[in-house]
Ligand binder design. Structure first.
Ligand SMILES: N[C@@H](CCC(=O)N[C@@H](CS)C(=O)NCC(=O)O)C(=O)O
Length: 240
């Protein structure tokens, strides 16, 4: 049995982390049974989620989870794509993971009203007296990470100009296709969906919500992906 270590849902999101949602979709794409565990963060081998435990073998990082599924279960996430398309799909995924994801993190963690509506709840289990301190410490760490990554050096407006361009690029790449590379989902769809859904989450306040929804094809894509992989999840349904 595979155990997927997750954070848990946030507002209408399947999980607070798009990387966790990506891993979950990949398991579903491959048709693998899995159980969710919401208490693994403290034991995460790389200090991050997701990771999985597959019959005693622990694999951390969504990309290594993908490679594990490919190796052990002989599942080809990009079946039907030629070599060039596989390369493009990989590049799209990395644009989302290493660029657009950080723009989402910036909106979520550095804007206080969004932080208070979302990430602050991660610290609910901390003792009340030190809770604000821990929240402020982690927020500071995320700010530092964003500065190191680069996006945190830009103003909010500038960061969203860059993110908006990436969103428009995704809309242009998607075009009239059902999924990001063709009318069949491929590996990259897992992260493209997960991160766009996270950015478009209406509970937060972000210009990126309108930017995504200004593309009818992206809006339809999000609905299509959700319907395909999480047909039973509506609103805040996925409880711990
Ligand atoms: N490269 C990793 C990224 C995973 C990641 O960034 N996870 C974040 C949540 S979205 C995390 O666990 N952050 C906790 C921390 O940095 O302390 C993957 O593909 O799985």
């Amino acid at each position: 049995m595979i155990i997927l270590y997750k954070f848990g849902p946030m507002h209408s999101l399947i999980d607070a982390s798009p990387f966790v949602v990506k891993a979950e979709i990949m398991l579903k794409m491959a048709g693998l049974e899995y159980e969710a565990d919401y208490d693994g963060f403290n034991k995460a081998p790389k200090g991050k989620l997701p990771y999985i435990n597959d019959d005693g073998k622990v694999i951390a990082d969504s990309v290594f989870i993908r490679m594990h599924i490919e190796d052990k279960y002989k599942f080809d996430f990009d079946a039907g794509l030629d070599e060039r398309q596989r390369g493009i799909a990989w590049a799209i995924e990395k644009m989302v993971e290493d660029h657009l994801y950080w723009a989402m993190v910036r909106e979520r963690w550095l804007e206080d009203d969004n932080f208070n509506k979302g990430p602050r709840a991660f610290f609910d289990k901390a003792p009340a007296l030190i809770r604000p301190l821990i929240a402020a410490m982690v927020q500071k760490k995320v700010r530092k990470n964003l500065y190191g990554q680069g996006l945190g050096r830009h103003s909010r407006t500038e960061a969203n100009i860059l993110a908006g361009r990436a969103v428009d690029a995704l809309a242009a790449i998607l075009g009239k296709r059902q999924f990001i590379m063709s009318d069949q989902p491929c590996g990259a769809d897992a992260m493209v969906f997960a991160n766009l859904a996270s950015m478009a989450e209406p509970a937060f306040n972000s210009p990126m919500i309108d930017r995504i929804n200004s593309h009818a094809n992206l809006e339809a894509y999000l609905k299509r992906m959700k319907q395909r992989y999480f047909p039973d999840v509506q609103g805040k349904l996925l409880k711990k």
